[in-house]
Design a protein around this ligand. Sequence first.
Ligand code: MV4
Length: 446
Amino acid sequence: MFEKVLVANRGEIALRVIAACRDLGVRTVAVYSTADRDSLHVAHADEAICIGKAKSSASYLNVPAIISAADIADVDAIHPGYGFLAEDPSFAEICRDCGIRFIGPSPEAIRLMGDKAQARKAAKDAGIPVLPGADEPLRTAGDARQWAAETGFPVILKASRGGGGRGMRIVRTPKDLEAGFDQARSEAAAAFGSGEVYLEKFVDRPRHIEFQVLGDDLGNVISLGERECSIQRRHQKLLEEAPANGFSAKAREQMGGILSKALGEIRYSNAGTVEFLMDEAGQLHFIELNARIQVEHPVTEAVSGVDLVRSQIRLAAGEPLSEVLPGPPGVSGHAIECRVNAEDPVTFRPSAGRIERYAAPGGLGIRVDSAAYSGGSVLPHYDSLVAKVTAHGANREEAIQRMRRALSMYVLDGIKTSIPLHQRILDEPAFVEGRYDTKFIEELGL
Ligand code: MV4
């Protein structure tokens, strides 16, 4: 096992990694920006090194500063958390070249998954179900016409380097294809520095279902089941749950088997999330693979009993999956996570500021992941996530009830948060019945 790990992140995920390291008896090194001197990840790590000014580009994205800190502190490995450098293949490669273990997939896997057109092709070749569409990027409007004719309308044009919902364009009829292609190209070029686009069949009213996987360095990959993340606004997830509504054990096992085989073949290692769209017929179609630990990992931890971050560290240290996992993964009960953001409930704008009074809820079935404390601050420079509240119960009803109880007992004064929005969602009959798709928030006008 590693002796010392540098945590290249901040906020709740930095604390989450520090906690996993502490459980493993691994010492931790925090890095922080000048704005984060009083932040909790600095207080709880065994050592802390300032790496630059508040702006992310000067600190948490500052590769030379982070590698220098890793060198000075003499760490064995770096955990990148999510966001920042978590899916930067060059960073993972620099770590490798410097003899520092990157706690995540290989640079090659990260690079492959960062190109959505290539990832789609790799998934398809490995036997993961994908939507009908182009097997290569579109070079000309003529390419688009040919592939669209084969696929059938409506189609969606996506930026190869996009993801997370950015750089997409729906085309419903042949006459709109050429203009759509040109717009998609120029938007992609402006946003991602690459105008490359690909095409697939458009799925109307999809549900967002994603599978958590873990892989070791020997080509063993296991699925820990799915999460449902359809409750989102402008491509920002608000609430996630596990298992997905109405999803059968048989469907879970079937996809788990497909992923195990496919990702083992491509030697995918460490943690990953395979994203699917579920169509109205209940079929799953691969869209992306996120090569990192995700914000919503606690719902899978709750129902599987597996500590995913601890598993990441052990897998990165070279332990085989057979030793890392306690036994065959199952799904026990139901879990829901609410992302509590510091935001204005009217404008949805991030609302940074000092937390005047703070008391997190607890009790049976409640977990809170947060770096907030009384007198602390939500900084304007970074993500507005203040806390993740995860409720676990024997069934969905119990999880919902516990979540309502926890949110009603959350004391968080001085900043505006999305707690009232979550309370609205939890009281909405369609949500309570588990009948919703990715249009849920928009259609409620929330
Ligand atoms: C789609 C789609 C419909 N058809 N692809 C948005 C996030 C990005 N990861 C993929 N996204 C979508 N891809 C096809 N072929 C609809 C979406 C989409 C969506 C997906 C998941 C969750 C919320 C969404 C909201 C709008 C659009």
